[in-house]
Ligand binder design. Sequence first.
Ligand code: 5AD
Ligand code: SF4
Length: 453
Amino acid sequence: MTTNTNKRVYVETYGCQMNVADTEIVLSVLDKEGFSPTEQIEGADLILLNTCSIRDNAEQRIHHRLANIAHHKKRKPELVVGLLGCMAERMRKDLLTEESIVDIVVGPDQYRLLPELVSEAQYGERGLAVKLSRVETYDDITPLRTEGISAWISVMRGCDKFCTFCVVPFTRGRERSRSLLSIVDEVKYLSDHGFREVTLLGQNVNSYRWEERDFADLLAASAAVDPMMRIRYTTSHPQDMSDKLIETMVEWENICDYIHLPVQSGSNRVLELMNRTYTVEHYLERIDKIRELIPGVALSTDIIAGFPTETEEDHQKTLQVMCEVRYDGAYMFKYSPRERTKAWAMGDSVPEKVKTRRLQEIIEQQNRISLEKNTEQVGKTSEVLVEGPSKRDPAEWKGRTRENHTVIFPKGDVDVGEYIHVNIGRATSATLFGSQVDETGKPKVIPLELAIR
Ligand code: 5AD
Ligand code: SF4
């Protein structure tokens, strides 16, 4: 029994899915020390914010949140507050100023030290652990997952691409992959525990390499574990989108027909300044190959508006590439200068007003395309994995198609984790609405008492 038995930890997770996966590692490390997770901040003995640094507004949110948490600390001085993740790594001891309420600052490769740091903080000792590692993968730690049917598995950490706008190589360090065997074991474990979907995660997942195995090998090995387990992955770099990887997706039916492939810009001049290492032509050739081998595949992307020196012509090229690819969805951002990156030295030359307008044009165009593409689904029948109640109406279920489209439908006699067929009746730019049918496409007759459950 440790001194921390029955202590409560409250965690808020910001930013990307890597952070969500890391929080599960953190909870697992703390669980062994007697900390159990709580959803109630009021009763917590330890508050952790797992932070993001990708854009300045992500960091601003954390500063505001800390100001808010200060009230809790005032009421309960023995409360320990910790900052984890990318912002911890980036700002380091600057977060431990005298007026700061933060007791511990822990970077993404140092979570094993958390129990020690927390315990020292309980005796008034502030702590900093931000060393990045060339080897740390948390390979032997089983993440403490909340119950559900979808799980994240982090398969590699860090990034060596050094896109000139991106702070990730500085906050998450060098690229390193987990062993293929430990990942496959984790997929097995999840399958045995009722999970129906795993997403293999990495900042640059398709550059995964372990001994002689590449990402396509990992994907195949994961898919082979359980044919009823959906396999997804994110995020891919266009440079590493090999034929072998696309062919592997074709080979295994349970690998979902969805690829997130950030393009960032439609201008070769800007792509070069970004150090993205591909041209628009190469990117479009990869998209053609993907669509040739996986007809009906869904594609999404990331786009940055207003990178330094971006001209109106460059911006038009981005709009054009979006029209050519016709993405199912996109994450769209205004460029935000980050210290230490190469682009920081290029200055932030596109005026804020211009950035805002360009981003707006990009968003409007994507919304139009998403709506058109979703409308094409109306009348079609898709296999849907039932994920849980819809947020808006608890009488309805939410699920997703293999192509990652969210579908809402009346509950009927199905349960979370089941695969069903849904005929799409209506679409918005973000969501499909439908009703359950049998495999031949005929409406399912649901007993009244179940239909109104
Ligand atoms: N400014 C704006 N967007 C950025 N991204 C990464 N760095 C920045 C930045 N400095 C975006 C990229 C990346 C996604 C995760 O975040 O589009 O693919
Ligand atoms: Fe950042 Fe580029 Fe690495 Fe993605 S590939 S994490 S954008 S440096």
